[in-house]
Design a protein around this ligand. Structure first.
Ligand SMILES: *[C@@H]1O[C@H](CO)[C@@H](O)[C@H](O)[C@H]1NC(C)=O
Ligand SMILES: *[C@@H]1O[C@H](CO)[C@@H](O)[C@H](O)[C@H]1NC(C)=O
Ligand SMILES: *[C@@H]1O[C@H](CO)[C@@H](O)[C@H](O)[C@H]1NC(C)=O
Length: 393
């Protein structure tokens, strides 16, 4: 066979199945589904009943496709997750009776976890064992053996994520779905970023979130720039499912109840809007991960939410879309104590003195359990104060 004929045949084999995807979805962005990776590891220990859910069989026609070639076209990468979400939405919303409730810690990262040593201490220095599960959504290009200790074999089948696209919100939903299916004892679902550190011991965190029947999720109504974010996909694109009056903004770093995790993976109606790519010219107002869940939960069960995040972040004086990053010189016992002393912002109370949520939440003062963003240069300084400050209640 001549080389030209061979490459022609190869091209044919590669394009045929893709052509098939295009036809089924009538959606030119669907090629992004090809970004499914072959290299992800499975959660370990292997779950008993849900093995088939966790193993994502690689369609044979994608076996040798180089994932990175599709990254540029990855604005809508959740099409082939629909059966995963369908199964996850059918789990029992109540944790298994009798068994101790667990926290699902869901790490959403594109690279290594710089604070793995601190988290290792956090998870191992506890009075009781077996009260948590760890899940990692990592970039598919990351070798799974990069994660050690409590993090080894915790990577779920993941897809590439990029800022200013729905991929970060999609990854969050994927983590929720895997965690729901993996362990019926998962009761609270905390999203954690790689630049995030704990502010308290695991035991303290466990008591705090397990004493709540509500999710902790920032839900802001009157944020500056909300209209531009709502209209980022086109002026009328969110209608009729999400009117501007329904639109909410809040940090992606939430702690959701099992009920709400199930609501999130079951939702197709609201997600059908948030998964749309933003217009190129609006890309800098495109933060679906900071409005999808606040909007959905405020529409579905506002009263079941404490409208605040328990992950501290410092936005003071920042206007470039990036919060303050703490560096080594700033880290010490005083910083940890200062961050522990901060009070979360509840709903719109700081903007609207007369807002009803103020009176409802004036007396609340939930402790920040986590804080971001910390530069990776701070790991040594944090380890120095881990036992005596950070993990000491
Ligand atoms: C995939 O493609 C990218 C860009 O073309 C290249 O840099 C990378 O080495 C390829 N990876 C494999 C495994 O072939
Ligand atoms: C799941 O979605 C369906 C269809 O939108 C809806 O009828 C049902 O009430 C939802 N279930 C939950 C638990 O949210
Ligand atoms: C917040 O305050 C503004 C200006 O005082 C007002 O127009 C708006 O209706 C308030 N929002 C709520 C939810 O009370």
């Amino acid at each position: 066979m001549s080389p030209t004929l061979l490459s022609l045949l190869c091209a044919l084999f590669l394009t045929l199945p893709l052509g098939l995807i295009f036809t089924i979805h009538h959606d030119p962005t669907a090629a992004a589904t090809a970004a499914t990776t072959a290299a992800t590891t499975l959660i370990s220990p292997p779950p008993k009943k849900v093995t088939s859910h966790l193993q994502q069989p690689q369609p044979t026609f994608l076996k040798n496709v180089n994932v990175s070639e599709y990254e540029d076209n990855d604005d809508d990468n959740d099409n082939d997750d629909s059966s995963l979400f369908h199964m996850a939405s059918r789990v029992d919303p109540n944790p298994s009776p009798g068994a101790p409730k667990k926290i699902a810690f869901m790490f959403l990262t594109t690279g290594p976890l710089p604070f793995a040593p601190l988290w290792e201490l956090y998870f191992t220095r506890t009075r009781k064992t077996g009260l948590y599960n760890i899940y990692i959504h990592a970039d598919p290009s990351i070798r799974p053996d990069l994660f050690h200790g409590v993090f080894s074999h915790r990577t779920i089948p993941s897809k590439p994520t990029r800022r200013h696209t729905p991929s970060l919100a999609a990854a969050h939903r994927r983590l929720l779905a895997r965690a729901l299916l993996h362990d019926p004892a998962n009761y609270m679902f905390a999203l954690v970023s790689p630049s995030c550190i704990p502010l308290h011991s695991f035991d303290f965190t466990y008591e705090t979130v397990m004493n709540s029947k509500k999710s902790f999720i920032e839900i802001l109504e009157n944020e500056e720039g909300a209209w531009r974010r709502w209209a980022a996909r086109g002026e009328m694109a969110m209608l009729p499912e999400v009117g501007f009056g329904d639109f909410r903004i809040g940090s992606q770093f939430s702690v959701l109840t099992r009920q709400h995790a199930r609501v999130a993976v079951n939702d197709t109606r609201i997600w059908s809007k948030f998964r749309l790519p933003c217009l190129q010219k609006n890309v800098h107002t495109c933060y679906p991960e900071e409005s999808y869940l606040p909007t959905l939960l405020s529409m579905v069960d506002r009263i079941g939410c404490v409208p605040a995040t328990l992950t501290y972040v410092d936005w003071e004086g920042r206007h470039d879309g990036h919060p303050h990053t703490f560096h080594e010189a700033e880290v010490g016992p005083e910083l940890i104590r200062a961050l522990r002393g901060r009070r979360p912002r509840y709903g719109d109370e700081e903007i609207n003195g007369s807002d009803a949520s103020v009176t409802r939440f004036t007396r609340r003062n939930d402790p920040f359990l986590f804080a971001r963003k910390f530069g990776s240069d701070t790991v040594g300084a944090l380890m120095d104060i881990a036992n005596d400050v950070i993990l000491k209640d």
